[in-house]
Design a protein around this ligand. Sequence first.
Ligand code: NAG
Ligand code: NAG
Ligand code: NAG
Ligand code: NAG
Ligand code: NAG
Length: 435
Amino acid sequence: MRQIWLQIWLLLTLQLLSLRTIRPEERILNRSAQEIARVGIKRVAFDANSIGNGRMYYTNLDRLRNVVLALRNASLNAALQRMDQLLASNRAEGKLQQPVPADQPFPCNLTQARSGQPPSHIWELRPGDIDITAAFGDSVIAGNGLLSQRYMDVFSEFRGYSFLGGGLGNWRTALTLPNLLKLYNPQLYGFARTHGLVADREKSVFNIAEPMLTMRDLPYQAHVLIERLRSDPRVNMQQHWKLLNIQVGMNDMCFELCSWTDTEQYLRLQRQHAYRAFSMLRDHVPRLMINWILLPDLDDLLRTLRGFPAQCNLRVICSCLTGNYRAHYPDAVRRLQRMQWELAELPEFRRNDFVIVPHQVLANMSGIVYTQGVLSTRYFTHDCMHFSQRMHAIMAGALWNSMLQPLNVTAARAWRRPLQNMVCPSAERPFLRIS
Ligand SMILES: *[C@@H]1O[C@H](CO)[C@@H](O)[C@H](O)[C@H]1NC(C)=O
Ligand SMILES: *[C@@H]1O[C@H](CO)[C@@H](O)[C@H](O)[C@H]1NC(C)=O
Ligand SMILES: *[C@@H]1O[C@H](CO)[C@@H](O)[C@H](O)[C@H]1NC(C)=O
Ligand SMILES: *[C@@H]1O[C@H](CO)[C@@H](O)[C@H](O)[C@H]1NC(C)=O
Ligand SMILES: *[C@@H]1O[C@H](CO)[C@@H](O)[C@H](O)[C@H]1NC(C)=O
């Protein structure tokens, strides 16, 4: 039995790797469509006016997709069987956050967490006013390999611990943004309740991140979210305040960029996709705040990549910036980043009940992961590409702080101790930041 699984995993790995290490001369314009099809997802044509009857916009049941989906699930189920072992080995390797003892109180005062009446303006939101939380993203946000003992664990989605969209357990052992928001509003809904695939809706709820998604998939993610919100009886579409957390783009920087011959066209299209997704969300999801995690700073990302130990294959981790590097890529990446700021500031995306807030939590990864010039692997998983639970907890703390006041990126080292550095809403500053 073990042998068979190993072979299947190996096949799946090879399939994924054959795509990731694609050579520049083999450019495929719609590569992302093909890639996500291989992990069991399918985009379909979408009409916002006709949704709401529980139709699913992913994983149609043609044979290959179904097999791949079953493999992802089998990988996760096998991991869940050895959860105690996984936790123990991750703890031993320093890849888990420090647990907070039961007698240590949460650092912030939780009174007046929620407004008496739901506020009617987005600039008056307190943390406890968020009723619904959701997340878009790629494998990092799906929690791929978040707990790992070996490379193969990259196929398991530990979605419940994802810093943007997981709400399994509580802040003492799983610091995530939803677990923080839950303290302010115990009725919070929409986070992944446990580890599982997006297709298992009662587990993933509105954490609909999927491995390998790129910016191009933002409209697709918006489709799925709108459909799920509309068909969920626990969601009051008009009244509830919703928080959508988005982190996508690492696959663009690392894999998508170098699969295009025409970089200008590529950049133009990414802007169009993001614009379309935000327009759709603004028009169909009343009372929505969007947290948009900005792409990492390029120089800083390269600095971080250089520190990985030799057994991490950089060509696999980020082929566009390593093996397939071209002189114009840094400029393209910076333009992608500027595009994120620029979209967030557009007047059509700033309304009384809609805003996109950019967050720089990835701007100084090297400041977090290096100590005296040496990169510590405890912030990463065994596949080298993904964040360990310790890093997820750090990101949750940084994002929380960033929601209340602009981050001091120079002080990134201090983010390693999120609870000691937690910013609290105060009488002077009770509201979530909107710019
Ligand atoms: C993707 O490209 C293939 C050819 O490589 C083409 O047949 C197919 O129609 C394209 N699909 C989309 C969605 O653009
Ligand atoms: C994944 O596995 C779980 C546990 O066996 C099962 O309940 C669930 O239906 C499976 N999901 C999919 C999409 O196959
Ligand atoms: C929390 O804040 C409330 C009102 O602002 C105050 O009355 C209370 O004493 C505070 N609690 C603690 C533990 O500081
Ligand atoms: C990143 O963080 C480190 C440690 O806090 C700091 O020394 C460095 O100046 C920061 N880099 C930037 C670009 O702010
Ligand atoms: C940011 O952090 C650095 C390093 O800790 C500190 O020197 C600087 O004063 C801080 N800047 C602000 C605006 O707080």
